[in-house]
Design a protein around this ligand. Structure first.
Ligand code: ADP
Ligand code: MG
Length: 835
């Protein structure tokens, strides 16, 4: 048993603005427990947090400042937990913090770069690497992915569903058995034999999560996601099975609402937006207080699911994610306070060992038989009558199959009957003598075969094995070629609806995007395993969704999609990733070729060594001298060359394996990004269609139809949009969903812009999505774009006029924002603190 308090770590998200420095400091001097000091600026201290205190100090196991990368986080936080899971203990890592503080980035990773992959993919990689190294144990890995939203659980790994809303996913419920163990009904567990399969599951779940999210439910900020790795292990022959679970938890945003909204009591009176986080806090408080007998786990689904992780049989780690900007100070302080409470909770992790009853029965049966036999010997229970012919024949058969059995551990089981034992010895003696007298030919035909094999030298055996391996590889190449052809044929079927740019990509890359065969399409450049049908299923379901959506598009819609895609912020990432992917493909291809070359070289060297060796022996025989005592220099040289090539081969193979994982990851990232793009496009398209309908009675008065409300908030947004627009002018046009076209502009501009709006009475257009309507919407979009461009120019000129010459050329924003999905919930505290 391992007793341990929950480990708490802090991670500070990189701030965009430089002036945020000075809000906090990290004291690493206190070697064992570093502390984080949050300094409340004077202007905020009054009436905000507390009238008196101006700084708060919190202790953590470790604090990771802005510069810490994902690798560091994995090595320091997740790896030790993964190690204990491999040893058979349960583990949990949960990220807690306000929306936007980096929980998802830490747990799952960023969507842009391979190096941004988070704890889940890195842990999977580490676990599978360790499992591969340990061949003495049989492991089974299964994955589940649960989302909890509004006290309801949803299975994110349901491959049958093409969820378009959360409710489409299978509902998961919690129930408790009489022993008070928690079970999750309807949560599917998927076996993953490789890292690749596990990654596919992660991406399947993430994509389902993304698709199921709507602006209304804002699932990504308001729901909890639990990715679980269930690991079972067993020694061969043993009936004891170890089970360990690792939960990797991305909690809902921890932002709170103030009850009163004013006054210095804000923090203490604050209330969670998310009810289950409120219950989580209750559980934590109960656990951290001594002598509390009742812990209210049952109050919420999340605390029920994480029951073991909190004060139970688990090694638990919390990562407090902090976005330490001025406006987030209150949330950051409350996150740290929560962490301090969590740090008081003591867990007791035990090895989860269990006896498998089936295995146990087999073992016991064997043991009983052995004991009976022993007993018979001890009690001297002897039989004297002669063995029958049938019994003798049976015995001889047993001996023959025993001799044929290649397994060194095989046994000749004849029981304790001494007559039988004696007969076995007689028979074996006879076989041995026969062999001596008549040579190999006199023994039974089966034994003859056995004997024939024995003189085969180790070398020859190796040669045969190599040959077999070579044939295997050749077969694999052929199979892959066939698969490739089949895939091409399938792609050709789908290609009618595919967008051109993607087709171009798939042709130019060695592996078509979304081709689950990945590296295997390269001639024997990768480990030659057969792709798991399941994995293929998951990826193809994503791709199918993508293709079907595209196929259903009319031409007008496709063109609009092109416009949307071009201006979308994510398209830059997709493009970048495409380039990286291409690079990696060609690297993999080159590497595959080098590996093949090295392999043949190794084969040639081995042959040369054998030949040289034989020559030397022949020379010795012909000259009638013993083998020269001097080492053969040439042979030694060949051997050292062989060693070098082997090392090279191994290095290249390791690199290729890593490349394969990276390629797979990038492909999945891109697939996900594409599905996201399409989802956002659909929303945007629907919005445009609605706009068209709303504005159509008097299209010319587009700008007056939906006046932008003149609230302070809207003014702020508007000025920001203006900034965006001027930015966009230097980079890209910003299509909707931004409210710009509805905003009121100086009438002089409006007048000049009105000309470019198509004169189309669109009021009668039904939103059926037929191509006629689609082309109208497209025309509408284009017209709005042209208005936007003109407005942008105008605004830019205006802004330039108002600026001093020195500031005119400064960038307006750090990073230009193109199309963004609806802004996630930013927390009311942001509003309070920014006021
Ligand atoms: P949360 O899940 O807590 O709401 P996210 O993980 O989605 O927050 O992070 C919000 C944004 O900040 C994302 O765009 C993410 O890529 C970025 N981000 C978060 N943490 C980091 C970090 N440590 N380094 C770089 N970018 C980060
Ligand atoms: Mg998140």
């Amino acid at each position: 048993m391992v007793k341990q308090t929950i480990q708490i770590f802090a991670r500070v998200k990189p701030t965009v603005r430089k002036q945020q420095q000075g809000i906090y400091s990290i004291d690493e001097d206190e070697k064992l427990t570093p502390s984080l000091e949050i300094i409340v600026p004077h202007d905020l201290a009054d009436g905000f947090v507390n009238n008196k205190r101006e700084s708060y100090k919190f202790k953590f196991q470790r604090i990771f400042d802005q510069g810490a990368n994902q690798e560091t986080i994995f090595e320091n936080i997740a790896k030790p937990v993964a190690e204990s899971v491999l040893a058979g203990y349960n583990g949990t890592i949960f990220a807690y913090g306000q929306t936007g503080s980096g929980k998802t980035f830490t747990i799952t990773g960023g969507a842009e770069r391979y190096s941004d992959r988070g704890i889940i993919p890195r842990t999977l990689s580490y676990i599978f690497e360790q499992l591969q190294k340990d061949s003495s144990t049989i492991y089974t890995t299964r994955i589940s992915y649960l989302e909890i939203y509004n006290e309801c659980g949803y299975d994110l790994l349901d491959p049958r569903h093409e969820a378009s809303s959360l409710e489409d996913l299978p509902k998961v419920t919690v129930f408790e058995d009489p022993d008070q163990n928690i079970h999750l009904k309807n949560l599917s567990l998927h076996q993953a034999a490789t890292e690749e399969e596990a990654l596919n599951l992660l991406f399947l779940g993430d994509t389902n999560r993304m698709i199921a999210e709507t602006p209304m439910n804002q699932a990504s900020t308001r729901s909890h996601c639990i990715f679980s790795i269930h690991l079972s292990s067993k020694e061969p022959g043993s009936a004891t099975v170890r089970h360990a679970k690792l939960h990797l938890v991305d909690l809902a945003g921890s932002e709170r609402v103030a009850k009163t909204g004013v006054g210095g009591q804000l923090l203490t009176e604050a209330k969670y937006i998310n009810l289950s986080l409120h219950y989580l806090e209750q559980v934590i408080i109960a656990l951290s207080e001594k002598h509390r007998s009742h812990i209210p786990y049952r109050n919420s689904m999340m605390t029920s699911v994480l029951r073991d992780s909190l004060g139970g049989n688990c090694m638990t780690t919390m990562i407090a994610t902090l976005s330490l900007e001025k406006r987030n100070i209150d949330e950051s302080i409350s996150t740290c306070r929560f962490a301090q409470r969590v740090a008081l909770i003591k867990n007791e992790a035990v090895l989860n060992e269990e006896i498998d009853p089936r295995l146990m029965i087999i073992r016991l049966q064997k043991e009983i038989q052995e004991l009976k036999d022993e007993l018979a010997i001890v009690t001297g229970e002897q039989r004297t009558e002669a063995l029958t012919d049938a019994e003798l024949l049976e015995l001889e058969k047993l001996i023959t199959s025993f001799l044929e059995d290649q397994d060194p551990e095989s046994r000749l089981e004849v029981g304790t009957d001494m007559r039988k034992i004696h007969h076995c010895f007689h028979y074996l003696k006879k076989l041995l003598n026969d062999k001596k007298i008549h040579g190999k030919s006199t023994v039974s035909s089966q034994i003859k075969d056995q004997d024939c094999q024995e003189p085969l030298k180790e070398e020859e055996y190796k040669k045969l094995r190599d040959l077999l391996q070579q044939r295997d590889n050749e077969i694999n190449i052929l199979v892959n070629m066939l698969k490739k052809e089949k895939k091409k044929a399938q792609d050709a079927l789908h290609s009618s609806g595919m967008d051109r740019s993607e087709c171009g990509h798939s042709q130019s890359s060695p592996f078509p995007p979304g081709n689950p065969e990945g590296l295997r399409t390269l001639p024997s450049s990768a480990p030659t395993q057969v792709q798991d049908v399941n994995t293929f299923g998951y990826r193809s379901s994503l791709l199918h969704r993508k293709t079907v959506m595209r196929e259903e598009m009319s031409l007008g819609r496709q063109e609009a999609f092109e416009i949307f895609k071009r201006d979308h912020a994510d398209s830059v990432t997709i493009e970048d990733n495409k380039q990286i992917l291409k690079q990696r493909f060609s690297e993999a291809k080159a590497l595959g070729e080098s590996i093949n070359e090295t392999r043949s070289k190794i084969g040639r060297l081995k042959e040369e060594i054998t030949q040289r060796h034989m020559q030397q022996v022949a020379l010795g025989i012909s000259e009638n001298v013993a083998m020269p005592s001097m080492p053969d220099l040439l042979e030694e040289k060949l051997r050292s060359q062989l060693e070098e090539e082997k090392i090279r081969y191994k290095m290249m193979f390791t690199r290729l394996k890593a490349l394969k994982v990276e390629i797979e990851h990038l492909q999945l990232l891109m697939d996900k990004a594409k599905v996201k793009l399409q989802k956002e496009f659909e929303a945007w398209w629907a919005e445009e269609a609605t706009s068209l309908q709303v504005n159509s009675p008097a299209v010319n008065s587009l700008n007056h139809m939906k006046p932008f409300p003149q609230t302070p908030e809207s003014q702020r947004e508007r000025s920001q949009l203006l900034c965006n627009q001027s930015d966009v002018n230097t980079r890209k046009i910003l299509p909707s969903p931004c409210p710009i076209p509805h905003s009121r502009e100086p009438s002089s501009t409006s007048a000049s812009l009105e000309d470019s709006i198509p004169e189309k009475p669109a009021s009668s257009i039904p939103l059926t999505g037929d191509s006629q309507t689609d082309s109208d919407i497209l025309a509408f979009i284009k017209a709005r774009q042209s208005i936007l461009q003109k407005k942008c120019k105008y605004t830019f000129i205006l802004l330039q006029g108002h600026r001093s010459p020195s500031s005119a050329h400064q960038p307006l924003r750090e990073r230009p924002t193109a199309i963004r999905p609806k802004t996630p919930y930013a927390g009311p505290s942001h509003l309070t603190s920014s006021q």
